[in-house]
Design a binder for this molecule. Sequence first.
Ligand SMILES: Nc1ncnc2c1ncn2[C@@H]1O[C@H](COP(=O)(O)OP(=O)(O)O)[C@@H](O)[C@H]1O
Ligand SMILES: [Mg+2]
Length: 159
Amino acid sequence: MNLRLVGPAETEALGHRLARALALDTAGAVVHLRGELGAGKTALVRATLQGLGHEGAVVSPSYTLIEPYAIGTRQVFHLDLYRLGDPEELEFLGIRELNPATDLVLVEWPERGAGFLPSPDLLITLDYDGDGRCAVLEPESPAGQAMLARLDAPGEPGR
Ligand SMILES: Nc1ncnc2c1ncn2[C@@H]1O[C@H](COP(=O)(O)OP(=O)(O)O)[C@@H](O)[C@H]1O
Ligand SMILES: [Mg+2]
């Protein structure tokens, strides 16, 4: 699925759609977000977490690398691995405590954690596109496929 996001409000709207798609399934999910600095990965994660019902701030985990949230009954982990020196360091950050079967895991810069991350259900690639951004959403598992199908579930404001 290819989308053009003409401004920050459209990135936010995509996050809200993702949140609805994720909320319809109580199982865990792993989403990898690729794209260069400023492409909108954190903005998309922020809107997704807020769409899931998180009311506090969503800070970029650029230095903490992993930021945990409890949203409803769900454990959510937001990772930003830009400053990860070596994928093996994920072991010391408690990567084994994440349960991809039950938790929601959103990872910026997943390529830096290669080999030590749970495999993605959904791969989102964000890129600059003029003044706006574009997003490519690719399923990487049957669960990811179902998630994408739910993005346009009835009741969604169409676009
Ligand atoms: N669709 C869009 N068009 C233009 N600017 C956007 C869009 N979506 C987000 N932005 C802006 O781009 C920046 C993205 O920053 P951020 O989410 O921190 O990027 P990343 O996490 O990928 O480094 C923010 O300033 C945000 O307001
Ligand atoms: Mg970021």
